[in-house]
Design a protein. Structure first.
Length: 118
């Protein structure tokens, strides 16, 4: 499962393009998390599980730096940028849903299910 544990197929507010973009970003994000965990394991001599926990702690604590200089800072910066892209796509989908569906997400969900029906 991707790091966001998100099944975008169930989100009626997303277009097919947005779903595809989010799935691609999640895959990129998971790759960066794995790279970060490997770097941490190597530098600190931790197990894979311990390094992954440390990676998530580092991600949670990361604040964008002007010019990342270390390998860890570069990976954290790349993860930060991916997260921004994910949030931007999801925010646009939510805003679009609010503007176009006065009944809320339930109406959009029903409409989307009707589109999928054979």
């Amino acid at each position: 499962m991707n790091s966001f544990d998100q099944n975008y197929d169930d989100d009626a507010s997303l277009t097919e393009t947005e779903r595809s973009q989010l799935q691609s970003l999640d895959a990129r994000r998971d790759d960066k998390v794995s790279q970060l965990a490997s770097l941490i394991a190597k530098e600190l001599g931790l197990s894979e599980e311990e390094a992954r926990e440390e990676a998530w702690d580092a991600i949670d604590q990361w604040e964008e730096e002007p010019k990342p200089t270390t390998p860890m800072q570069r990976l954290l910066h790349e993860l930060y940028e991916i997260d921004l892209e994910i949030m931007n796509i999801r925010d646009c989908a939510i805003e679009r849903e609010i503007r176009t569906d006065p009944q809320g997400s339930e109406g959009a969900r029903q409409g989307n299910e009707a589109e999928r029906a054979p």
